[in-house]
Design a protein around this ligand. Sequence first.
Ligand SMILES: [Zn+2]
Ligand SMILES: [Zn+2]
Length: 442
Amino acid sequence: MLPHWVLPLMPISCGLNNDLIRVGIVLPEDRIQKLTLSWAADLSVHGNIPGIENVHSLELSVDSGQIQISGLADPHSQAEVIIGCSDGIESLKTGYGIRIEPVIAGRGFHWEKQIIVDLPGELKISIEGKYLKLINSVNIEAYVACVATSEMGSEAPEALLAAQTVVARCWSLALAEAKHLSEGFDVCNDDCCQRYQGTSFLTDHSLKAALDTRGEVLTYNSEVIDARYSKNCGGMVEDYQTVWGGKKVPYLIPLWDGPEQRAGQAVDDLDDLWNYDQAYCSSKRFESVNLAGMLGKVDVSGSYYRWEESISKTTILENLKKYTGLTWRSLDGIRIMERGASSRIKYLFLLGVDADGQDAEQKVISEYGIRRMFSKSFLYSSAFIIKNEKTLQNDDEVVLKGVGWGHGVGLCQMGALGMALNKIGYKEILSHYYPGTTFSHL
Ligand SMILES: [Zn+2]
Ligand SMILES: [Zn+2]
C-alpha cells in the first residue's frame, strides 16, 4: 500500500477557468441609453476616463455611436468606458462599490422592474446597436456572496445562506448552461441565470456565510457539480432529464422533499401530492415566520407550494400565435401526455379548430414551453392539472391547479429554508438535495 502522501490527488475540474466571472448587468435588450454611475467619496476607483479621480458621479449616454460622458470638467465621448474598484471579499459591505442606475430586474417576468445596484469589481460599458451594454467582471467569491442575498432575503437563517452560497458557487463554476458566452459574458444578472444585485442587500451574516464557506464546493467524480436549484419543488424534487433531457445526471434525481422518503413518485397520485404537507417547502412550515424577509425581495406575493390560476382561452390562442405562428378559431381541449416524477408535464397537445375550420392539434413541449404557453408572463410551474377538464370545451377559461414554483430540479430554496428553520445544518441540507456528492475545497 502506498503511503497517503504519494496518493495521486485528483484535481477538481470545472467550466469556469478563472477567478473572475463576467456578469451581464445592462443588456442591449433592456434598451437603456442613459446610465448614472456614482460612488462614495472614499472609494478608490480606476478607469480609462481622464479626470475620473476628481468626481464621484458620471452620466453616460448614447450619442452618435459613442458614449457621451457628462459630469466631468471636460465632458467628452468615448467608444468604451472602463471603471472599477476592489472586489476582495474583505472589502465588501452593504452598498459597497459603484452604483448603477437603472438596472432591470426580473427581465421578461411579471415582476420586471427597475432597480439600483452597487457593484464591486470592474465595469465595462460599450454600445451595441443603439443601446448601452454593461458587463461586470468580479471575483467569484464576491459574486457568490452577493448572489446569496439577492436570491434570498437577508433575514434568512445562516444555514440557508451558507447552502445558497455553496450552490451559487458550484453553479457558477460548473458553468454547464453557458447561456451567454456568445454575448461576451458568462452569466446574466437575473433569474435566467442567478439573481445578482450587487452589494445592496449584503448583511453581516450573509458575508459571514460566504467567508465561512469560502472555496467550498460539492463535487461528483472530481468535477464541480452542476448545482441546479429552484424556488419551490412542490413536494417532490424533479429529475434533471424531465426538464432538460440529455444524459442522466446522477445527483439531480427525484426525491421526496421531506424528512422521509416515501414509496412511489408524486405522479402516481396527484391528489396524494396535493394533500402532502410534510414537505420542507410546504406552506405549513412558514405560517409563523416572516417569509418576506427570508425570500428575495421582488417576488414575495402569492402561494407557491399549492396554487390555482385561471387563464383565458383567448390568451392561450394569442400565445399559440406568438410562439408557433398558428392562428386558431378555438381551443377545445388539452391532452396531457407525459409527466416527470414531481408531476411536471413533459409535453401535451392543444386541441382545437384552425383558421380553415379543420380540427387541429399542436404539441407543446418542455417545461419552459408549457409555462409560457399557459400564462400572460410565465406560469409558476408545469406541475398542474386542469381543474375544469370536463367542461373545458364550453368554458372561456382554463383553470389550473398546480404545485411548486420553478423547474423543481436540485435544491428547493423554500425547502432548504424549511430545513434551516428546523435547525438542520447546511451540509445536511446540501446532501439531501444532491445525493452522492462530496464536499471539497478549491
Ligand atoms: Zn442568463
Ligand atoms: Zn421542495
